[in-house]
Design a protein around this ligand. Structure first.
Ligand code: SF4
Length: 265
């Protein structure tokens, strides 16, 4: 049972440190999808509600705050999924979108096909892109890594619907785990309805100690590639070659090796 904490926030738009992004919006903080590697789990240090995935903070006045005028590119969301299960009932994300200044460039990232419910509102933004995070976790891997998220099939269907509705789409292929994530399959399955791709190799540090232990125990070969410099860079080179060969529009490969880095392809 997920604990829901409702509160009023002072502000909704936060200045972003992401290159090229002006504002970040999180109407939820915390995420019931509870991915075991979630990089936002560090928030548990300041939120005394339980383990990551056990609670969700809801900014109940987010729609009113969304009406504030800001200029620039807005990204939704960074410390939650805007279409996590609670959204089906609360419609908070939908109400935020309705109130937002439509002149802003908007970028949304989710793992959920629920985003297709809001196609009518999304279409009111002249400049909007919607990304679905894709991965090939299946069976035992999915149970261990992200048991509660929608299936790959559901996410691909969502991308197809968005594309058919004329909404710009992108795929965030993440987290790429050596030996587990099949990048080639993901591109093959999605390329007909995806405009561009972002690739991201797992950020082992941000994923937290428990996830590192999980990898070491259940996927020792993946763990070795991620922790051994020589093997890691060889893997990245191979990934670059695969992406080049696939010939898709790519923003590059995000890697985290002491700091954030974008490897151009
Ligand atoms: S869906 Fe995204 S925000 Fe939610 S737990 Fe998974 S990685 Fe974190």
């Amino acid at each position: 049972m997920v604990r829901v904490i409702e509160r009023d926030a002072k502000t909704l738009y936060t200045r972003s440190k992401i290159p090229g992004v002006d504002w970040v919006v999180n109407q939820y903080v915390g995420c019931a999808f509870a991915c075991k590697y979630c990089y936002a789990r560090f928030l548990c240090r300041w939120k005394p509600y339980g383990e990551w995935g056990e609670w969700v903070e809801v900014k109940r006045n987010a729609p009113e705050l969304a009406a504030r005028h800001v200029r620039g590119e807005v990204v939704m969301s960074t410390v939650s999924d805007p279409y996590q299960p609670l959204e089906a009932r609360l419609k908070l994300t939908r109400r935020v979108l309705e109130k937002m200044d439509k002149r802003n460039k908007l970028s949304i990232l989710t793992k959920s096909p629920l985003v297709t419910r809001d196609v009518d509102v999304l279409k009111r933004f002249p400049s909007v892109e919607v990304g679905l995070t894709l991965n090939t976790f299946e069976g035992r891997e999915k149970m261990l890594i992200e048991p509660l998220t929608p299936t790959l099939k559901a996410r691909l269907s969502a991308l197809k619907v968005l594309h058919e509705e004329g909404i710009e789409t992108y795929a965030f292929v993440s987290p790429i785990i050596p030996g587990i994530t099949d990048v080639e399959e993901l591109v093959r399955e999605s390329r007909d309805f995806v405009g561009s791709y972002f690739f991201e190799v797992l950020n082992l540090r941000a994923a937290g100690r428990a996830f590192r232990e999980l990898l070491r125990e259940h996927f020792p070969e993946s763990y070795t590639v991620l922790t051994d410099d020589e093997k890691f860079w060889k893997f990245v080179e191979g990934l670059k070659e695969t992406i080049k060969r696939l010939g898709v529009r790519s923003e590059g490969i995000e890697i985290h090796r002491g700091g954030w880095e974008m490897v151009r392809v």
